[in-house]
Design a protein around this ligand. Structure first.
Ligand SMILES: Nc1ncnc2c1ncn2[C@@H]1O[C@H](COP(=O)(O)OP(=O)(O)OP(=O)(O)O)[C@@H](O)[C@H]1O
Length: 596
């Protein structure tokens, strides 16, 4: 987008320059008139520039950063503003971290400096660049970012014992040695390796918690996600053991396959290369020989370790996936990762209400969820959910805050009402999956995703994209969709009654129907108008049915009878059951007079 406006950008950044043919010419990044720096204004090279006096070159983003003396992250922010782009993203509300103590921090004692240079081959210059220090007699690796001490790790020398300051922000090590203008960086597995890469003149950052997957990578990725956007290429040089491979797989999944490259070093890690006096040329060659991670490439069988464990667990009844929030449903229905489910129903038949409860169930099962409800403003939707979570019609302010706090790090909402364009939904969902590791996405509903009512092929394409998205990010997507009313809503319909193209229900893995027992409601109303008590057998009938009409990977297609509790708006599994409190109050007082 920026390249298309190369001339405007060049003229704005370098107003003393002048157009000569197809180039903008100026003296240097300083901006004075001249002709040693030239910017291409059109064609496939639009925006590419070179300063023939200094040998510097780059694209428009580098030019922006260079002229204004900014880091790339700062330049990216200005470019977004210039292009009028608002990033579609969801933020995690601020968290607070502790900063490491500076008490007792001193410069490197001679024996540690000696160990670094003679044993580990790290020069005193590199130690100074990384501001290595000492505390409690140990080597201190300061995690400095923009001059601020964000975290710290300590290593006893020569013993390989580590300790850290507790509760600091999980972040990468080595920002202090970067200029802020790099377009590529190596991610490695250890502070000593980041130092070794620096020794080789290669910019590198180290992951903070070593190899492995899950939270070990998820926590720093969440913190550093935006800052890493300055890099077009991430060279992954983690250890070639199982933990390193797991970390690599997780980083690729979250930071983007397209910009990650796998590096194989001549020794087990960068510091081992340095200690073995591997020359710089060989390290540079290893970076150029790094392989891309195209999906069709041969993959290491060990990458499948997690999937294999899950596969075996599935065989003994612990299949990964979200269960419905009613005990009686057991394992009959599983909302599996990599699958899409569709939840049908006629207007007012409890789709949104029911899906709120399904989402609550997923949260309780420790799945991170993201809800795009274009039917309601987030606060209205959340209000319904809090009522279900507390099993109370009017929870106290303290209880509401407690539930809101419980949602932290578990639940994200897509903040749009009305219709949302599918590209935006998918962009935001991909961000949430990558940055926050969200595993369950709810879209309520298809009609609000920006299609014309008769745009069946558009709707079908979107569902197809959802199935790809679910597979790519290994998440479950639940899509709410309207059903044709037909002649009567007194009988539950099936997947063939979904509005629009039948292709939609063909594509998804699971198809469910929410049906509200309107005949029962009418019978009760009629009896009450006559001032009679409704008959026992009418009262015992369920208020709603949840029918599964398709489960591609399940053994059965069950139907669940449910009873609707007006006060909590929960659907209950049995006629005289009491609503469940999904989140218990922090203090007993919050149960208030409306104790459920
Ligand atoms: N079985 C039921 N018995 C009584 N009330 C119900 C039942 N199911 C849902 N409701 C109530 O009906 C109202 C509409 O429910 P909900 O918004 O979930 O419907 P929906 O199917 O999502 O409708 P729409 O298609 O219009 O979005 C809500 O106030 C809900 O609490």
């Amino acid at each position: 987008m920026l390249a298309q406006r190369a001339e405007d950008v060049a003229a704005m950044l370098l107003p003393e320059g002048a157009r000569q043919g197809r180039e903008w010419c100026v003296g240097s990044l300083g901006g004075e008139a001249g002709a040693s720096l030239k910017v291409h204004l059109g064609g496939s090279k639009a925006g590419v520039w070179a300063d023939f006096a200094t040998g510097e070159s780059g694209d428009l983003l580098d030019l922006w950063a260079g002229v204004r003396g900014l880091t790339l992250t700062q330049a990216i922010a200005q470019v977004h503003a210039y292009l009028g782009l608002r990033e579609h993203r969801i933020e995690n509300p601020g968290r607070s971290y502790r900063r490491p103590s500076r008490e007792g921090v001193s410069s490197l004692p001679p024996q540690i400096a000696e160990w670094l240079s003679t044993v580990r081959k790290i020069s005193p210059e590199t130690a100074v660049r990384f501001k290595l220090a000492s505390r409690k007699g140990a080597l201190m690796f300061p995690y400095l970012r923009g001059g601020e001490l964000v975290a710290a790790k300590y290593r006893k020398v020569p013993a390989k014992e580590f300790f850290v300051d507790a509760d600091c922000e999980p972040c990468l090590f080595g920002w202090q040695a970067l200029t802020g203008r790099e377009r590529s960086v190596v991610l490695c597995e250890g502070e000593m390796d980041a130092l070794a890469f620096a020794e080789y003149g290669v910019p590198a950052l180290s992951v903070p918690f070593g190899g492995g997957n899950g939270a070990k990578q998820a926590r720093w990725i969440e913190s550093e996600f935006d800052r890493l956007s300055q890099f077009d290429t991430l060279f992954l040089a983690l250890d070639d053991d199982l933990a390193g491979q797991q970390a690599t797989a997780e980083i690729v999944k979250r930071l983007g396959r397209e910009r990650c490259r796998l590096v194989t070093l001549p020794r087990k890690d960068a510091n081992a290369c340095l200690m073995d006096q591997i020359p710089r040329d060989e390290i540079v060659a290893a970076l150029s020989a790094s392989r891309t991670l195209d999906p069709e490439q041969l993959r290491q069988a060990s990458e499948f370790a997690d999937a294999l464990v899950e596969e075996f667990a599935a065989a003994v009844g612990q299949e990964a996936g979200i269960r419905l929030p009613w005990q009686k449903a057991g394992d009959q229905v599983v909302l599996r990762p990599e699958e899409v489910s569709i939840w049908l129903g006629v207007n007012g038949h409890g789709k949104s209400q029911g899906m709120g409860q399904v989402t609550l169930g997923a949260l309780v099962q420790d799945y991170r969820c993201c809800v795009a409800s274009m039917e309601f403003k987030p606060v209205k939707w959340l209000k319904r959910m809090v009522r279900q979570a507390t099993a109370t019609e009017q929870p106290t302010a303290g209880y509401v805050r407690h539930v809101a706090h419980w949602f932290h790090d578990k639940l994200w909402v897509f903040d749009t009402t009305g219709t949302a364009k599918v590209d935006v939904i998918l962009e935001v969902f991909a961000y949430a999956a990558r940055r926050y590791g969200v595993q369950f996405f709810l879209i309520d509903n298809l009609a609000k995703c920006g299609f014309d009512e008769d745009d069946y092929s558009g709707q079908k394409r979107f569902v197809d994209r959802l199935t790809d998205f679910a597979k790519e990010y290994s998440v479950h997507v639940a899509l709410v969709h309207h059903m044709r009313k037909g002649e009567t809503e007194d009988k539950p319909g099936g997947k063939l009654d979904a509005k629009g193209s039948g292709g939609i229900t063909d594509m998804v893995d699971t198809c469910a129907v929410w049906w509200r027992n309107k005949p029962k409601e009418r019978a009760i109303k009629k009896a009450r108008l006559k001032r009679e008590e409704p008959e026992e057998d009418v009262l015992g009938k369920p208020d709603a049915l949840l029918l599964f009409d398709k489960q591609r990977n399940g053994e059965c297609e069950p139907t669940f009878a449910l009873w609707f509790d007006q006060r909590s708006t929960q659907f209950l599994a049995h006629v005289r059951e009491r609503p469940t409190r999904f989140v218990c109050p922090a203090v007993a007082d919050d149960l208030g007079p409306t104790r459920a």
